[in-house]
Design a protein around this ligand. Sequence first.
Ligand SMILES: Cc1cc2nc3c(=O)[nH]c(=O)nc-3n(C[C@H](O)[C@H](O)[C@H](O)COP(=O)(O)OP(=O)(O)OC[C@H]3O[C@@H](n4cnc5c(N)ncnc54)[C@H](O)[C@@H]3O)c2cc1C
Ligand code: HEM
Length: 415
Amino acid sequence: MSPLSASTIAIVKSTAPVLEEHGELLTRHFYKRMFQHNPEVAPFFNQANQGAGLQQRALAAAICAYAANIDNLEVLGGAVELIAQKHASLQIKPEHYPIVGSNLLASIQEVLGAGATEEVIQAWGEAYQFLAAILIGREAQIYEEHRATPHGWEGFKPFVVARKEPESETITSFYLEPAEGGSVPAFKAGQYITLRVPSPCGHTTMRNYSLSDKPGNPWYRISVKRETGADEKTPDGFVSNFLHQHVRTGDKIEVGPPCGEFFLAPPEAPGRPLVLLSAGVGITPVMSMLLSALDHTPERKIFFLHGCLNSRVHAFRTQIDALAQSHPNLTVRYRYDGPTDLDRQRMDGGPVSEGQIDAELIESLIPKRDADYYFCGPKPFMVNIYHQLLEWGIPASQAHFEFFGPRQDLEKHRP
Ligand SMILES: Cc1cc2nc3c(=O)[nH]c(=O)nc-3n(C[C@H](O)[C@H](O)[C@H](O)COP(=O)(O)OP(=O)(O)OC[C@H]3O[C@@H](n4cnc5c(N)ncnc54)[C@H](O)[C@@H]3O)c2cc1C
Ligand code: HEM
């Protein structure tokens, strides 16, 4: 890959502020154009994310960050890995890049109007190809890793639903085994797989689901929350309701290999505790981390803090309580922000209290604050935890998080 010329870098950097200003408009324009001109790529995208503007914002943020850092691409390392893992989970291939590239350039031209001189378009064309080559290269490695892993596979292959088990009123686990028999490849605790199911418009649609059991079992377990529409006008979540209502034990479903850069890393500093924080269905990846950490680091102090509405939607409680009983290194606390009357009666002296996971609770357990933190949950929860850790001076290398959707910029949001 030949490096970008100084003039290309200068032009791209000079357009960064304009892009920052019009970033979302540009990417909205881009998606509309691309789905009109190249409808064949639409099934790769989650239309609900498009509706909410989340994917546009994620792409706009990536493009702005790229333009601003084009002379110092190392700072984008983490972003490249996140995007490449997401792309690989959805089977994005090199032949798709020119489609995105040509629609993006046409949209830049349309949005910038007179500002989009031939020079600007040429520079952006080169810059796009440069970034595309980085992503394509990393994605090729990931596909190769999938093929090379024992029991691994590339693309989608049929799995059978071996067991379906409710974990709460809203969350159900699905145990998936390869339909052809045999075992499943190892994964890193915290990673997700991808399900591909027929969509109402006659195509297919894909969703990522975190693996909620520990690595090493002959199955993959996912635990899915049934998403209901916020009001009468909003449709219920398509795939989660399809899984809950229509998929039965014995049914086959297409599954893509484990991906993702949110996974439990070995402890860097001896004696540093592990803190697993979750809210709602965000419990799934940290559940896998908990099970894995108890097996592999039996001496390590682990704190598992989970928040949800109340006991009716509280998943995995029986299993986690049993683990806390049998593992003195594990401390468990739950917070309910809408407890039932019975929940309130049972709170005294137990692991449950009313409210949300907050700084006070974390500090009461880990007064020194120094720990490896992993967290997952809805956006307000993520924003609170992220800014709290930032305020405490916890370095980014000790604060790991996952969004159940396109990543949002936590820096920009204030609690
Ligand atoms: C890395 C990762 C890991 C994940 N792990 C898990 C997991 O372990 N468990 C889990 O349950 N989920 C997980 N998710 C989320 C999962 O991928 C799906 O997004 C989730 O199941 C909802 O999909 P759906 O098809 O049911 O809803 P969608 O049809 O995608 O809809 C999503 C939401 O938007 C609303 N909606 C739909 N259409 C519209 C519209 N036109 N206008 C306004 N609102 C609309 C729906 O009511 C719903 O609330 C994960 C996501 C990621 C990215
Ligand atoms: C240089 C080019 C590209 C850049 C910078 C880019 C950037 C991104 C970013 C930032 C995300 C969000 C990741 C996350 O937070 O989860 C994303 C997701 C995605 N990208 Fe790309 N991308 C590029 C090329 C492509 C191509 C060629 C395709 C193929 C059609 C594609 C399809 C997707 C899809 C389907 C998603 C997930 C969207 C969803 O959740 O609905 N991207 N990309």
